[in-house]
Design a binder for this molecule. Structure first.
Ligand code: NZQ
Ligand code: ZN
Length: 381
């Protein structure tokens, strides 16, 4: 087990009826909030009204920034920075899924940075400070509500890059599982795939294979995500399953999932980001295509040990090939694509995708050349 330092300062308020606590929490940090949200879900399911009521009762005024797209884009985040500065907002609140949260983080950082917002994603500058961030999560998937990461797509260059900084940890995240009762099955599946990807990236790329406690955390969370997803898909009104899914997904990328591993990387994410950047597909749908292909590559290059351990603990499978097969079968069962064609991506585009992916691979300092990326993509045809 490698040395590590762990700190996660996010205050989580979890459970039914907890959105009412947003206002008092936000009012401790500011009086004027930029409220960042997506297109329609929070207006349809009542989250917007609860957020607005809690903030107004606490004396926090709101400047609205609606229209965040899934796979949020730089141009819209830049608009948000302008609004936040013009209206002298002193806090940023996201209500929605990972896209709204990530755009809120980008705006919070951009409002405290004098240069161009993209500098913070392209590696030109680091995020040093940000306005205080608050979130009301409505889609369990990304873990953004309890981590310091943020992903934005540059809609001019089609680069989907990320940044990370301790100042991007939200101050408070409200996790009310009832907000997720309106999620369509496809979004539930996307979230499940994403959480499993977050658990597996570190597990399979660790340079230290004797961090047993973290391995067991990963196994338990993976089993929990799978079990909750199956319950939700058979009964979308199952509150217990929604609650379990929400907390499992948060725990799957809040740092705990890779403590002591050392030297980890995010290869499936690095390649997937090009799929969602170029074709605007859901991040989870892109991951269910890339992950099995990457596992096949991993088996050839790193051997069966990790796949055997993971498969035995999570699926009850006996060998590495069986683990990959079980994962693919599960993705198919929940309706997620496992081949490029099933995600609407032509195999003839592999060179275009690999060219795009090399940008992020270099930025993340990963040891993959273009031929390796094309080898992996070729296994997803
Ligand atoms: O736009 P609205 O109308 O709100 O609808 C959204 C959106 O269409 C809908 N939705 C959200 N909550 C709902 C709901 N519909 C009904 N009921 C609800 N309760 O779901 C759609 C997808 O939302 P989105 O926020 O895009 O999904 P997700 O949470 O999966 O976020 C994906 C983004 O996060 C990034 C991804 O790359 C992608 O850009 N990631 C962020 C990470 C991070 N910051 O740590 C890590 C991840 O690996 C990931 O890269
Ligand atoms: Zn992800």
């Amino acid at each position: 087990m490698r040395n590590f330092t762990f700190r996660n300062p996010v205050r989580i308020i979890f459970g039914k009826g907890t959105i009412a606590k947003l206002g008092p929490e936000a009012a401790r940090s500011g009086r004027r909030a930029l409220l960042v949200y997506g297109r329609e879900s929070i207006k349809k399911n009542g989250v917007y009204d609860k957020v607005a009521l809690s903030l107004s009762e606490s004396g926090v005024t709101v400047v609205e920034h609606p229209g965040v797209r899934p796979n949020p884009v730089l141009s819209h985040a830049r608009e948000g920075v302008r609004k936040a500065l013009d209206s002298a907002c002193d806090i940023v609140i996201a209500a929605g899924g990972g896209s709204s949260i990530d755009e809120a983080k980008a705006i919070a950082a951009g409002a405290a940075y004098r240069g161009d917002l993209w500098d913070l994603f392209s590696g030109k500058a680091a995020v040093k400070e940000a306005l205080p961030i608050f979130t009301v999560l409505t889609l369990p998937a990304t873990g953004s509500e309890m981590n310091q990461g943020c992903v934005i797509t540059n809609d001019e260059t089609r680069q989907k890059f990320s940044t990370a900084s301790p100042s991007l940890f939200p101050r408070v995240s409200i996790l009310d599982p009832e907000t997720t009762l309106t999620l369509p099955a496809a979004q539930t599946a996307n979230g499940a795939v994403d959480a499993l990807a977050h658990l597996s990236e570190g597990y399979f790329t660790t340079s230290d294979r004797d961090a047993t406690v973290t391995d067991e955390v990963v196994h338990a969370l993976a089993r929990s995500v799978i079990a909750a997803t199956e319950r939700i898909l058979s009964d979308p009104r199952d509150y217990g399953a929604r609650a379990s899914m929400m907390w499992s997904a948060t725990l799957s990328l809040n740092g705990l999932q890779s403590l002591g591993y050392g030297g980890i990387s995010f290869p499936s994410h690095a390649i997937e980001h090009s799929l969602s950047a170029l074709y605007d597909i859901a991040h989870g749908a892109g991951l269910s295509v890339i992950m099995p292909a990457w596992f096949k590559y991993h088996l050839e290059h790193d051997g069966p040990e990790r796949l055997e351990k993971f498969g035995k603990a999570v699926f009850g499978t006996g060998n590495a090939e069986g683990t990959i097969g079980a994962l693919e079968e599960w993705f198919r069962r929940i309706g997620s694509p496992v081949r490029l064609s099933e995600a609407g991506v032509p195999a003839s585009d592999i060179p275009r995708i690999s060219g795009n992916a090399m940008g992020l691979i270099k930025l993340w300092g990963m040891d993959y050349d273009r031929a390796a990326v094309e080898d992996i993509l070729g296994r997803a045809v």
